[in-house]
Design a protein around this ligand. Structure first.
Ligand code: GLA
Length: 740
């Protein structure tokens, strides 16, 4: 997995090098024993200290080429309680010799030795990739650390490969991809994302105190509780567009953990990788374990620029269609219209209506397969339900194509209902501990995708589905967290470190199925959904084109969810649907225009029951979808500025997206409720060409009286733009197009 990503990364870096005339430089200063990774914006340095440990030295804004860094010298230690071995930060510390901070790696040897001390052996610089070989001071346990820096964004990908070159079986008790050490200081705050079903990606922030903050999932998958992303600022993130921000994201869709600690000498250390909780991974002689990649970067210009760097990096290097992902088509999804009651006639009727408003992709959601009339049965039986679709899917798909849309289908491949043919035949295929209850959630159990036979079954049914039907898109769902994560069928199941391999192999098989499907069916696009945004991370995004952000489709709630999502992930993969009003969950009533403008900040979709729409609603939707198509390149692939954040109960929200060529900007503004007749705050537009002229076109709503139709970029940025918004749940949107 790692090697494949690394190879792909290098390949993409070469493509990017054609466009961007800069390279990340990787250097080793032999005299000082210092490694330096440099991009135009960022310098990252670490050295080999006198004990032979890799010690971080600098991470921040780019330094001059001849600036002296290092040599690395271990910290003297505070007292006998906090010796040098613990106060000296390391790039990748083994647990041993008196270490009280988070180790990157912990090993148990069969003779009972659990002491691991990793020292430098050698290194290799290959283009923009640095690998450093470490070895335990006595045992044949080797670690290859890999560093790759992206020249454009300064984002570094780090991972570790742990090799047992000894003659006995050992157990890895915990394995992180990397530890990131920030410049010394105790004035930092961390921002992270947390939530639950129907309320994902909510940003929280707090001062980093002398303690540990743990972001994690113990659920087997990424989860909604926390998301594997962090940002750390000097101070309190007071200004969105200024100040140093260090940020990172872990590319892993299984159980994960990121810990943020302030150590005894006030250094912030961030360690992330496989979640050590319940983790164990046995390595026979000659075997190895690769960690996920932990990406991290630095922005000198606040959280705003940190997000933009990540977005750019994701579009250029992470997404399957990188470096030039196809713009997301406007989709229609049947879920909120029909739930499980899908059939040929009903779906055709919806497809006809969807085509009229300019939808480009029609997606049939849950309910089309097996005995799936509700969520009590059918998962696992991936044949077309003959009652609902007596002629198979072909008539519906043909009709969708005749209406000039492509066709997408919902699947939930890793799950099974006990009430299914599959479970009746293979009750041993689920995660389970023999003799123990199997905890159900939504009446379903988790198939153990780590098993080769389950992997084969899942790949085969998906491959057949795509071979037999002209399907362009899969909405790949995953609707429950793990319980009883046993793998009784694995060889030597009773030994420590065998059954727990499920934490690695399950996700590796998921990735390999996705990769193989994409290779066999080029052109297929996939959405990662997990009861909403429960599987959103840079690991899954390597294989999927978009993310279902949340089952909460209330357009006002979505402003906060989207504000959080885009801290880490590009709006180009943030799927947002317009659904009915009053909202199915909050019962909040909002206008169709408000709902559209909220959803138009991401990859637009429609999920309402179009059979209930009036002619006026059809006209509004048709107009706004065609407006969306004019700005979607800027929205999905441009630079996002969060002008006014909905956080902390703000009555105002505004975002702006600027196309990369600065030819167009699109501004969205939302008013929760007017108070005392005060006007909407002036929006100081950002990122335009100050010398060029831009013409203002309202997409919805209007600007304050006296707003010019055309003015310079400088005018819009310095004088600002005032939307005319009053009342409750009102919204406006504007386009600024460079005039020729
Ligand atoms: C999950 C998804 C929804 C829908 C249902 C179908 O909850 O998040 O969008 O697909 O499953 O059962």
């Amino acid at each position: 997995m790692f090697i494949r990503i690394a190879a792909r990364f290098l390949f993409l870096a070469c493509i990017a090098a054609d466009i961007i005339p800069t390279h990340a430089a990787v250097q080793f200063d032999e005299a000082r024993k210092v490694f330096r990774l440099d991009s135009p914006g960022v310098t990252y340095a670490f050295g080999i200290n006198e004990r032979g440990e890799l010690q971080p030295l600098y991470w921040g804004a780019a330094l001059s080429a001849d600036d002296p860094i290092g040599p690395a010298k271990s910290d003297p230690g505070v007292t006998s309680q906090d010796p040098s071995t613990s106060t000296t930060p390391q790039e990748f510390a083994g647990w041993g010799q008196g270490l009280y901070t988070e180790p990157a790696l912990k090993i148990t040897f069969p003779d009972g030795n659990r002491d691991l001390v990793l020292h430098y052996v050698s290194h290799k610089i290959d283009g923009q990739t640095l690998t450093v070989l470490l070895k335990d001071i006595e045992r044949s346990l080797f670690v290859i650390l890999r560093y790759q820096m992206d020249a454009d964004t300064g984002i570094i990908g780090r991972s570790a490969l742990i090799e047992n070159r000894g003659t006995v079986r050992i157990v890895v008790n915990s394995a992180s991809a990397a530890t990131w050490t920030l410049p010394p200081g105790s004035d930092y705050s961390v921002r992270y994302l947390a939530g639950r079903w129907g309320g994902e990606f909510l940003p929280y922030q707090q001062r980093i105190q002398p303690s540990e903050t743990v972001l994690e999932s113990r659920r087997g998958a990424t989860g909604q509780q926390n998301n594997p992303w962090f940002a750390i600022a000097r101070g309190d993130f007071a200004d969105e567009e200024s100040g140093g921000v260090w940020f990172g994201a872990l590319a892993w869709s299984g159980s994960w953990r990121i810990s943020i600690e302030l150590d005894q000498i006030r250094q912030v250390r961030v360690t992330g990788g496989y979640n050590p909780f319940d983790f164990a991974y046995a390595l026979a002689p000659g075997e190895h374990l690769e960690t996920p990649v932990f990406y991290a970067g630095y922005s000198a210009n606040g959280a705003g620029e940190a997000s933009r760097l990540l977005h750019r990096f994701e579009l250029a290097h992470i997404l399957p269609q990188a470096p030039q992902p196809r713009p997301r088509p406007v989709l229609y999804n049947s879920w909120y219209a029909t739930e499980f009651n899908v059939d040929e006639a009903g779906q055709i009727q919806l497809a006809e209506a969807a085509a009229k408003i300019g939808v480009e992709r029609f997606v049939m959601d849950d309910g089309w397969f097996g005995q799936r009339v509700n969520d009590f049965a059918g998962l696992g039986d991936w044949y077309v339900n003959p009652k609902k679709f007596p002629n198979g899917l072909k008539p519906l798909i043909d009709k969708v194509h005749a209406l000039h849309m492509d066709f997408g289908l919902w699947v939930e491949p890793e799950m099974v209902n006990p009430d299914s043919d599959l479970y009746r035949k293979h009750p041993d295929w689920v995660l389970n501990f023999p003799g123990r209850p199997r905890t159900e959630a939504r009446q379903q159990l988790v198939l153990n995708l780590a098993r080769p036979d389950v992997r084969q079954y899942v790949f085969h049914f998906l491959d057949t589905l795509l071979k037999e039907n002209d399907i362009s898109f899969l909405k790949w769902d995953y609707n429950r967290s793990w319980s009883e994560p046993g793998w009784p069928a694995i060889a030597n199941a009773a030994q420590d470190g065998e059954q727990q391999k499920v934490y690695v192999k399950f996700t590796e098989n998921l990735y390999s199925i996705l990769a193989e499907l994409r290779a066999k069916h080029p052109g297929i696009e996939i959405e990662s959904c997990s009861s909403g945004g429960g599987r959103a991370d840079l690991g899954i995004m390597h294989f999927t084109d978009q993310i279902w952000t949340s089952d909460d489709t209330d357009p006002f709630d979505r402003l906060r969810i989207q504000d959080g999502f885009t801290q880490a992930y590009s709006p180009g993969m943030m799927v947002a649907w317009v659904t009915g009003s009053p909202n199915w969950e909050n019962h909040r009533t909002t206008s169709l225009e408000y709902r559209f403008l909220s959803a138009m900040q991401g990859a637009l979709g429609v999920g309402d029951n179009l059979n209930n729409w009036t002619a006026e609603e059809f006209a509004t939707a048709t107009r706004l979808i065609s407006e969306y198509k004019l700005v979607r390149e800027a929205v999905q692939h441009g630079s996002l500025y969060r002008l006014l954040s909905p956080r902390d109960g703000s009555a105002f929200t505004a975002t702006e997206s600027v196309s990369l060529d600065k030819n167009q900007a699109v501004v969205f503004a939302f008013l929760h409720s007017s108070e005392m007749g005060y006007p909407f705050p002036i929006l100081y537009v950002k990122g335009l060409d100050p010398e060029a002229n831009y013409a203002l076109t309202p997409i919805a709503g209007k600007p304050a009286e006296g707003t010019p139709q055309t003015a310079s970029g400088r005018y819009w940025m310095q004088h600002g733009l005032e939307p005319e918004l009053h009342g409750d749940f009102q919204a406006a949107a504007f386009r600024l197009d460079k005039t020729r």
